[in-house]
Ligand binder design. Sequence first.
Ligand code: PMP
Length: 433
Amino acid sequence: MAMINAYAGKGAVAAEDRRLIARREAVLGPAYRLFYETPVHFVRGEGVWLYDSNGDAYLDAYNNVVSVGHCRPEVVEAIARQSAVLNTHTRYLHDGIVAYSERLLAKFPSELSHVMYTCTGSEANDLALRIAKNVTGGTGFVVTELAYHGGTDLIAGLSPSLGPAVDLGEHVRTVPAPDTLKVPAGKLGSYFADGVRAAIADLKRHGIKPAALLVDTIFSSDGVYSDPPDFLREAVAAARDAGLLFVADEVQPGFGRTGDAMWGFLRHDVAPDIVTLGKPMGNGYPIAGLAIRPEVVEAFGRSSRYFNTFGGSPVACAAGMAVLDVLEKERLQENAREVGAYLRSQVKGLSSSFVADVRGAGLFIGVEIAANDKSRTDGEITARIVNGLRERRVLISATGPKANVLKIRPPLVFSKNNADQLVDALRAVLNSL
Ligand code: PMP
Protein backbone atom coordinates (compact mmCIF):
# COMPACT_ATOMS: atom_id res chain seq x y z
CA MET A 1 0.00 0.00 0.00
CA ALA A 2 2.91 2.32 0.70
CA MET A 3 3.55 2.97 -3.00
CA ILE A 4 0.05 2.54 -4.41
CA ASN A 5 -0.90 5.36 -6.76
CA ALA A 6 2.09 7.48 -5.75
CA TYR A 7 3.51 10.29 -7.90
CA ALA A 8 7.01 9.23 -8.96
CA GLY A 9 8.23 12.44 -10.57
CA LYS A 10 7.48 11.23 -14.10
CA GLY A 11 4.14 12.74 -15.13
CA ALA A 12 3.70 15.87 -17.23
CA VAL A 13 3.46 18.56 -14.56
CA ALA A 14 2.85 22.26 -15.30
CA ALA A 15 5.78 24.54 -14.42
CA GLU A 16 3.89 26.24 -11.58
CA ASP A 17 3.02 22.89 -9.94
CA ARG A 18 6.57 21.63 -10.45
CA ARG A 19 7.79 24.60 -8.42
CA LEU A 20 5.22 23.89 -5.70
CA ILE A 21 6.28 20.22 -5.58
CA ALA A 22 9.92 21.29 -5.14
CA ARG A 23 9.00 23.73 -2.34
CA ARG A 24 6.82 21.04 -0.74
CA GLU A 25 9.62 18.48 -0.79
CA ALA A 26 12.01 21.07 0.63
CA VAL A 27 9.85 21.61 3.68
CA LEU A 28 8.00 18.30 4.13
CA GLY A 29 10.94 15.99 3.46
CA PRO A 30 10.94 12.54 1.88
CA ALA A 31 8.14 10.60 3.65
CA TYR A 32 5.12 12.23 1.98
CA ARG A 33 3.51 10.92 -1.24
CA LEU A 34 1.34 12.70 -3.76
CA PHE A 35 -1.38 10.82 -5.64
CA TYR A 36 -1.32 10.20 -9.42
CA GLU A 37 1.33 10.30 -12.16
CA THR A 38 0.40 13.93 -12.61
CA PRO A 39 -0.55 15.30 -9.18
CA VAL A 40 -3.71 17.35 -8.85
CA HIS A 41 -3.77 20.79 -7.23
CA PHE A 42 -7.11 21.82 -5.79
CA VAL A 43 -8.19 25.20 -4.54
CA ARG A 44 -11.84 24.60 -3.67
CA GLY A 45 -14.38 21.87 -2.94
CA GLU A 46 -18.17 21.66 -2.96
CA GLY A 47 -20.35 18.56 -2.57
CA VAL A 48 -18.80 15.78 -4.67
CA TRP A 49 -16.69 18.22 -6.69
CA LEU A 50 -13.13 19.47 -6.32
CA TYR A 51 -11.90 22.43 -8.37
CA ASP A 52 -8.40 23.19 -9.58
CA SER A 53 -6.98 26.66 -10.07
CA ASN A 54 -8.27 26.76 -13.68
CA GLY A 55 -11.78 26.24 -12.37
CA ASP A 56 -11.91 22.69 -13.78
CA ALA A 57 -14.19 20.39 -11.77
CA TYR A 58 -13.11 16.87 -10.73
CA LEU A 59 -15.64 14.27 -9.62
CA ASP A 60 -14.49 13.03 -6.22
CA ALA A 61 -15.21 9.30 -6.04
CA TYR A 62 -12.57 8.63 -3.42
CA ASN A 63 -13.04 10.83 -0.39
CA ASN A 64 -14.47 9.08 2.64
CA VAL A 65 -13.76 11.93 5.06
CA VAL A 66 -16.16 14.50 3.67
CA SER A 67 -19.00 11.99 3.71
CA VAL A 68 -21.70 14.65 3.70
CA GLY A 69 -19.92 16.60 0.93
CA HIS A 70 -16.96 18.93 0.63
CA CYS A 71 -17.36 22.16 2.59
CA ARG A 72 -20.84 21.11 3.67
CA PRO A 73 -22.44 24.39 4.85
CA GLU A 74 -24.21 22.92 7.93
CA VAL A 75 -20.93 21.50 9.24
CA VAL A 76 -18.93 24.62 8.38
CA GLU A 77 -21.51 26.76 10.17
CA ALA A 78 -21.57 24.51 13.25
CA ILE A 79 -17.77 24.69 13.51
CA ALA A 80 -17.73 28.46 12.99
CA ARG A 81 -20.59 29.06 15.44
CA GLN A 82 -19.05 27.01 18.24
CA SER A 83 -15.55 28.39 17.55
CA ALA A 84 -16.91 31.89 18.08
CA VAL A 85 -18.46 30.98 21.45
CA LEU A 86 -16.19 28.55 23.30
CA ASN A 87 -13.57 25.92 22.58
CA THR A 88 -11.90 24.25 25.52
CA HIS A 89 -11.22 20.66 26.60
CA THR A 90 -13.03 17.87 28.40
CA ARG A 91 -12.04 18.93 31.93
CA TYR A 92 -14.76 21.54 32.18
CA LEU A 93 -18.43 20.75 32.17
CA HIS A 94 -20.00 21.32 28.77
CA ASP A 95 -23.31 20.25 27.25
CA GLY A 96 -21.85 19.62 23.81
CA ILE A 97 -19.84 16.48 24.55
CA VAL A 98 -22.66 14.93 26.58
CA ALA A 99 -25.38 15.67 24.03
CA TYR A 100 -23.24 14.42 21.16
CA SER A 101 -22.21 11.28 23.04
CA GLU A 102 -25.83 10.44 23.84
CA ARG A 103 -26.79 10.90 20.20
CA LEU A 104 -23.81 8.89 18.92
CA LEU A 105 -24.22 6.01 21.37
CA ALA A 106 -27.88 5.70 20.39
CA LYS A 107 -26.59 4.50 17.01
CA PHE A 108 -24.86 1.49 18.63
CA PRO A 109 -26.16 -1.72 20.19
CA SER A 110 -27.01 -0.88 23.81
CA GLU A 111 -24.07 -2.82 25.30
CA LEU A 112 -21.63 -0.33 23.73
CA SER A 113 -22.57 2.44 26.10
CA HIS A 114 -19.40 4.45 26.65
CA VAL A 115 -17.56 6.67 24.19
CA MET A 116 -14.05 8.16 24.41
CA TYR A 117 -12.67 10.81 22.07
CA THR A 118 -9.44 11.22 20.14
CA CYS A 119 -8.51 13.32 17.11
CA THR A 120 -7.46 10.55 14.70
CA GLY A 121 -8.33 6.97 13.88
CA SER A 122 -4.75 5.96 14.72
CA GLU A 123 -5.12 7.31 18.23
CA ALA A 124 -8.49 5.58 18.58
CA ASN A 125 -6.92 2.23 17.67
CA ASP A 126 -3.95 2.97 19.91
CA LEU A 127 -6.25 3.64 22.84
CA ALA A 128 -8.31 0.53 22.04
CA LEU A 129 -5.18 -1.60 22.22
CA ARG A 130 -4.06 -0.02 25.49
CA ILE A 131 -7.43 -0.87 26.98
CA ALA A 132 -7.40 -4.39 25.47
CA LYS A 133 -3.98 -5.04 27.04
CA ASN A 134 -5.20 -3.75 30.36
CA VAL A 135 -8.37 -5.81 30.54
CA THR A 136 -6.98 -9.10 29.16
CA GLY A 137 -3.46 -8.93 30.58
CA GLY A 138 -2.34 -10.01 27.09
CA THR A 139 -0.07 -8.29 24.59
CA GLY A 140 -0.72 -10.25 21.38
CA PHE A 141 -2.77 -8.95 18.46
CA VAL A 142 -4.23 -10.50 15.32
CA VAL A 143 -4.80 -8.43 12.15
CA THR A 144 -5.29 -9.19 8.46
CA GLU A 145 -2.36 -9.60 6.08
CA LEU A 146 -2.72 -6.19 4.42
CA ALA A 147 -4.44 -4.27 7.18
CA TYR A 148 -4.02 -0.55 7.75
CA HIS A 149 -4.98 0.69 11.20
CA GLY A 150 -2.92 3.86 11.51
CA GLY A 151 0.40 5.52 12.02
CA THR A 152 1.43 5.62 15.69
CA ASP A 153 4.42 3.45 16.57
CA LEU A 154 2.17 0.79 18.11
CA ILE A 155 -0.42 0.85 15.34
CA ALA A 156 2.06 1.04 12.44
CA GLY A 157 3.26 -2.30 13.85
CA LEU A 158 -0.26 -3.63 13.26
CA SER A 159 -0.49 -2.18 9.74
CA PRO A 160 1.25 -4.64 7.39
CA SER A 161 0.06 -2.68 4.35
CA LEU A 162 2.76 -0.11 5.17
CA GLY A 163 5.15 -2.59 3.58
CA PRO A 164 8.28 -4.48 4.61
CA ALA A 165 10.14 -1.34 5.69
CA VAL A 166 7.79 -0.99 8.66
CA ASP A 167 8.36 -3.80 11.17
CA LEU A 168 5.34 -5.65 12.45
CA GLY A 169 5.26 -5.78 16.20
CA GLU A 170 6.76 -8.96 17.67
CA HIS A 171 3.40 -9.55 19.29
CA VAL A 172 1.46 -9.29 16.04
CA ARG A 173 0.23 -12.13 13.84
CA THR A 174 -1.45 -11.73 10.47
CA VAL A 175 -4.22 -13.77 8.85
CA PRO A 176 -5.11 -13.99 5.15
CA ALA A 177 -7.99 -11.72 4.16
CA PRO A 178 -11.31 -13.39 3.31
CA ASP A 179 -10.59 -13.29 -0.42
CA THR A 180 -13.91 -13.96 -2.10
CA LEU A 181 -12.30 -14.80 -5.44
CA LYS A 182 -10.12 -17.54 -3.94
CA VAL A 183 -12.49 -19.06 -1.41
CA PRO A 184 -16.07 -20.16 -2.16
CA ALA A 185 -18.68 -18.09 -0.32
CA GLY A 186 -19.86 -21.06 1.77
CA LYS A 187 -16.35 -21.67 3.12
CA LEU A 188 -15.27 -18.07 3.66
CA GLY A 189 -16.27 -17.92 7.32
CA SER A 190 -14.39 -21.08 8.30
CA TYR A 191 -11.40 -20.11 6.12
CA PHE A 192 -11.04 -16.77 7.89
CA ALA A 193 -11.69 -18.32 11.31
CA ASP A 194 -9.04 -21.01 10.67
CA GLY A 195 -6.53 -18.21 10.03
CA VAL A 196 -7.50 -16.52 13.28
CA ARG A 197 -7.25 -19.78 15.24
CA ALA A 198 -3.81 -20.49 13.77
CA ALA A 199 -2.61 -16.96 14.63
CA ILE A 200 -3.83 -17.30 18.21
CA ALA A 201 -2.16 -20.72 18.53
CA ASP A 202 1.10 -19.30 17.20
CA LEU A 203 1.05 -16.41 19.68
CA LYS A 204 0.50 -18.87 22.52
CA ARG A 205 3.28 -21.19 21.32
CA HIS A 206 5.62 -18.24 21.58
CA GLY A 207 4.51 -17.52 25.10
CA ILE A 208 2.52 -14.45 24.13
CA LYS A 209 -0.91 -14.03 25.66
CA PRO A 210 -3.31 -12.73 22.98
CA ALA A 211 -5.28 -9.57 23.71
CA ALA A 212 -7.42 -8.77 20.67
CA LEU A 213 -8.50 -9.44 17.13
CA LEU A 214 -8.56 -6.11 15.25
CA VAL A 215 -10.48 -6.03 11.96
CA ASP A 216 -11.46 -3.32 9.49
CA THR A 217 -14.95 -4.62 8.75
CA ILE A 218 -14.84 -3.68 5.04
CA PHE A 219 -11.20 -4.85 4.56
CA SER A 220 -10.33 -1.59 2.76
CA SER A 221 -6.60 -2.12 2.32
CA ASP A 222 -6.80 -5.90 1.90
CA GLY A 223 -8.82 -5.43 -1.29
CA VAL A 224 -12.43 -4.68 -0.15
CA TYR A 225 -14.26 -7.80 1.02
CA SER A 226 -17.88 -7.41 2.01
CA ASP A 227 -19.92 -10.52 1.29
CA PRO A 228 -21.55 -12.78 2.32
CA PRO A 229 -22.18 -10.50 5.27
CA ASP A 230 -21.74 -13.10 8.00
CA PHE A 231 -18.26 -14.37 7.25
CA LEU A 232 -16.81 -12.64 10.32
CA ARG A 233 -18.97 -14.51 12.78
CA GLU A 234 -16.93 -17.70 13.20
CA ALA A 235 -13.64 -15.81 13.53
CA VAL A 236 -15.05 -13.48 16.18
CA ALA A 237 -16.43 -16.45 18.11
CA ALA A 238 -13.05 -18.22 17.88
CA ALA A 239 -11.27 -15.12 19.19
CA ARG A 240 -13.77 -14.71 22.02
CA ASP A 241 -13.48 -18.38 23.00
CA ALA A 242 -9.72 -17.94 23.30
CA GLY A 243 -10.17 -14.92 25.61
CA LEU A 244 -9.44 -12.17 23.06
CA LEU A 245 -11.40 -8.97 22.66
CA PHE A 246 -12.87 -8.18 19.27
CA VAL A 247 -12.11 -4.63 18.10
CA ALA A 248 -14.04 -3.47 15.01
CA ASP A 249 -12.20 -0.72 13.14
CA GLU A 250 -15.02 1.36 11.65
CA VAL A 251 -12.82 4.22 10.50
CA GLN A 252 -13.61 3.30 6.87
CA PRO A 253 -17.00 1.56 6.83
CA GLY A 254 -18.64 3.48 9.68
CA PHE A 255 -21.26 6.23 9.57
CA GLY A 256 -23.48 4.58 6.98
CA ARG A 257 -21.02 4.05 4.12
CA THR A 258 -21.89 0.38 3.56
CA GLY A 259 -25.55 1.29 3.02
CA ASP A 260 -26.86 -1.77 4.83
CA ALA A 261 -26.10 -0.51 8.32
CA MET A 262 -24.59 2.39 10.21
CA TRP A 263 -21.58 0.19 11.09
CA GLY A 264 -19.78 -2.51 9.14
CA PHE A 265 -19.83 -4.92 12.08
CA LEU A 266 -23.65 -4.81 12.12
CA ARG A 267 -23.73 -6.16 8.55
CA HIS A 268 -21.81 -9.16 9.86
CA ASP A 269 -24.03 -9.50 12.91
CA VAL A 270 -21.09 -9.61 15.33
CA ALA A 271 -20.78 -7.86 18.68
CA PRO A 272 -17.51 -5.99 19.23
CA ASP A 273 -16.02 -5.13 22.61
CA ILE A 274 -14.61 -1.92 21.18
CA VAL A 275 -15.48 -0.02 17.99
CA THR A 276 -13.00 2.54 16.68
CA LEU A 277 -14.20 5.57 14.72
CA GLY A 278 -12.62 8.33 12.68
CA LYS A 279 -12.51 9.89 9.23
CA PRO A 280 -16.15 10.84 8.36
CA MET A 281 -17.09 11.58 11.95
CA GLY A 282 -16.50 15.36 11.61
CA ASN A 283 -16.60 15.66 7.79
CA GLY A 284 -13.01 16.92 7.83
CA TYR A 285 -12.82 18.28 11.36
CA PRO A 286 -10.45 15.97 13.29
CA ILE A 287 -12.75 14.07 15.61
CA ALA A 288 -12.35 10.33 16.23
CA GLY A 289 -12.82 7.95 19.12
CA LEU A 290 -14.16 4.67 20.30
CA ALA A 291 -17.38 3.13 21.56
CA ILE A 292 -16.82 0.52 24.23
CA ARG A 293 -18.55 -1.86 26.61
CA PRO A 294 -18.41 -0.40 30.13
CA GLU A 295 -17.00 -3.58 31.68
CA VAL A 296 -14.07 -3.52 29.22
CA VAL A 297 -12.97 -0.02 30.21
CA GLU A 298 -13.83 -0.32 33.92
CA ALA A 299 -10.42 -1.37 35.27
CA PHE A 300 -8.52 0.85 32.84
CA GLY A 301 -10.62 3.85 33.83
CA ARG A 302 -10.03 3.31 37.51
CA SER A 303 -6.25 2.99 37.16
CA SER A 304 -5.43 5.27 34.23
CA ARG A 305 -6.44 8.86 33.77
CA TYR A 306 -7.45 9.58 30.17
CA PHE A 307 -7.04 12.98 28.55
CA ASN A 308 -6.67 14.08 24.94
CA THR A 309 -6.20 17.85 24.58
CA PHE A 310 -8.29 18.34 21.45
CA GLY A 311 -10.36 15.15 21.55
CA GLY A 312 -14.03 15.79 22.24
CA SER A 313 -13.73 19.59 22.38
CA PRO A 314 -16.91 21.66 21.99
CA VAL A 315 -16.02 22.44 18.38
CA ALA A 316 -15.25 18.78 17.59
CA CYS A 317 -18.59 17.71 19.06
CA ALA A 318 -20.44 20.48 17.19
CA ALA A 319 -18.94 19.19 13.94
CA GLY A 320 -19.90 15.60 14.84
CA MET A 321 -23.46 16.65 15.69
CA ALA A 322 -23.87 18.52 12.39
CA VAL A 323 -22.65 15.44 10.49
CA LEU A 324 -25.27 13.26 12.19
CA ASP A 325 -27.94 15.89 11.41
CA VAL A 326 -27.12 15.79 7.69
CA LEU A 327 -26.76 11.99 7.59
CA GLU A 328 -30.24 11.64 9.08
CA LYS A 329 -31.94 14.52 7.28
CA GLU A 330 -30.75 13.36 3.87
CA ARG A 331 -30.98 9.64 4.60
CA LEU A 332 -27.44 9.20 3.36
CA GLN A 333 -27.12 5.59 4.50
CA GLU A 334 -30.06 4.76 2.22
CA ASN A 335 -28.48 6.85 -0.52
CA ALA A 336 -25.27 4.87 -0.11
CA ARG A 337 -27.20 1.61 -0.45
CA GLU A 338 -29.17 2.69 -3.51
CA VAL A 339 -26.47 4.54 -5.41
CA GLY A 340 -23.85 1.96 -4.43
CA ALA A 341 -25.99 -0.91 -5.77
CA TYR A 342 -26.65 1.06 -8.95
CA LEU A 343 -22.97 1.88 -9.42
CA ARG A 344 -21.91 -1.74 -8.90
CA SER A 345 -24.50 -2.95 -11.41
CA GLN A 346 -23.36 -0.37 -13.97
CA VAL A 347 -19.69 -1.34 -13.52
CA LYS A 348 -20.62 -5.03 -13.83
CA GLY A 349 -22.41 -4.18 -17.07
CA LEU A 350 -19.23 -2.77 -18.65
CA SER A 351 -18.26 -6.23 -19.99
CA SER A 352 -14.56 -5.47 -20.05
CA SER A 353 -12.06 -8.31 -20.12
CA PHE A 354 -10.04 -6.42 -17.52
CA VAL A 355 -12.76 -6.51 -14.85
CA ALA A 356 -12.36 -9.71 -12.81
CA ASP A 357 -14.74 -8.87 -9.97
CA VAL A 358 -16.98 -6.09 -8.71
CA ARG A 359 -17.67 -6.16 -4.99
CA GLY A 360 -18.38 -4.01 -1.98
CA ALA A 361 -21.27 -2.64 0.01
CA GLY A 362 -22.98 0.71 -0.37
CA LEU A 363 -20.51 3.35 -1.47
CA PHE A 364 -17.40 1.29 -0.73
CA ILE A 365 -16.68 -0.54 -3.96
CA GLY A 366 -13.75 -2.68 -5.04
CA VAL A 367 -13.21 -3.58 -8.70
CA GLU A 368 -10.59 -6.26 -9.13
CA ILE A 369 -8.58 -5.80 -12.31
CA ALA A 370 -6.78 -8.58 -14.17
CA ALA A 371 -4.50 -8.13 -17.17
CA ASN A 372 -5.80 -10.09 -20.17
CA ASP A 373 -2.32 -11.03 -21.41
CA LYS A 374 1.18 -11.32 -19.98
CA SER A 375 2.49 -8.04 -21.41
CA ARG A 376 1.36 -6.03 -18.36
CA THR A 377 0.77 -6.87 -14.72
CA ASP A 378 -2.61 -6.51 -13.02
CA GLY A 379 -1.19 -3.61 -11.00
CA GLU A 380 0.04 -1.83 -14.15
CA ILE A 381 -3.40 -2.04 -15.74
CA THR A 382 -4.98 -0.79 -12.52
CA ALA A 383 -2.57 2.15 -12.43
CA ARG A 384 -3.45 2.97 -16.08
CA ILE A 385 -7.13 3.03 -15.13
CA VAL A 386 -6.64 5.18 -12.03
CA ASN A 387 -4.51 7.69 -13.95
CA GLY A 388 -6.74 7.55 -17.03
CA LEU A 389 -9.71 8.47 -14.86
CA ARG A 390 -7.70 11.28 -13.29
CA GLU A 391 -7.03 12.63 -16.81
CA ARG A 392 -10.81 12.57 -17.33
CA ARG A 393 -11.21 14.39 -14.02
CA VAL A 394 -12.59 11.51 -11.99
CA LEU A 395 -10.79 10.64 -8.76
CA ILE A 396 -10.41 7.11 -7.42
CA SER A 397 -7.42 5.08 -6.21
CA ALA A 398 -6.30 1.46 -5.81
CA THR A 399 -5.91 -1.14 -3.09
CA GLY A 400 -5.28 -4.85 -2.68
CA PRO A 401 -2.28 -7.21 -2.55
CA LYS A 402 -0.93 -6.28 -6.00
CA ALA A 403 -2.44 -2.77 -6.12
CA ASN A 404 -4.90 -4.48 -8.44
CA VAL A 405 -8.25 -3.41 -7.04
CA LEU A 406 -9.89 -0.11 -7.96
CA LYS A 407 -11.01 1.58 -4.75
CA ILE A 408 -14.17 3.62 -5.32
CA ARG A 409 -15.36 5.36 -2.18
CA PRO A 410 -17.13 8.65 -2.88
CA PRO A 411 -18.79 11.04 -0.43
CA LEU A 412 -22.18 9.65 0.59
CA VAL A 413 -23.97 12.48 -1.22
CA PHE A 414 -22.97 10.83 -4.54
CA SER A 415 -25.99 10.64 -6.87
CA LYS A 416 -26.98 8.21 -9.63
CA ASN A 417 -26.07 10.95 -12.06
CA ASN A 418 -22.57 11.08 -10.52
CA ALA A 419 -22.42 7.28 -10.81
CA ASP A 420 -23.21 7.56 -14.54
CA GLN A 421 -20.45 10.18 -14.94
CA LEU A 422 -17.98 7.83 -13.26
CA VAL A 423 -19.06 4.81 -15.32
CA ASP A 424 -18.89 6.76 -18.61
CA ALA A 425 -15.32 7.78 -17.81
CA LEU A 426 -14.41 4.25 -16.71
CA ARG A 427 -15.85 2.81 -19.93
CA ALA A 428 -13.77 5.24 -22.00
CA VAL A 429 -10.59 4.41 -20.08
CA LEU A 430 -11.15 0.63 -20.30
CA ASN A 431 -11.74 0.94 -24.05
CA SER A 432 -8.51 2.87 -24.44
CA LEU A 433 -6.31 0.23 -22.78
N1 PMP B 1 -8.12 2.56 10.43
C1 PMP B 1 -8.39 2.46 9.12
C2 PMP B 1 -9.17 1.28 8.61
C3 PMP B 1 -7.96 3.47 8.24
O1 PMP B 1 -8.22 3.37 6.95
C4 PMP B 1 -7.24 4.57 8.75
C5 PMP B 1 -6.77 5.71 7.86
N2 PMP B 1 -6.62 5.44 6.53
C6 PMP B 1 -6.96 4.62 10.13
C7 PMP B 1 -7.44 3.60 10.93
C8 PMP B 1 -6.15 5.73 10.73
O2 PMP B 1 -6.87 6.91 10.76
P1 PMP B 1 -6.11 8.32 10.86
O3 PMP B 1 -5.42 8.56 9.56
O4 PMP B 1 -7.21 9.29 11.18
O5 PMP B 1 -5.15 8.21 11.98
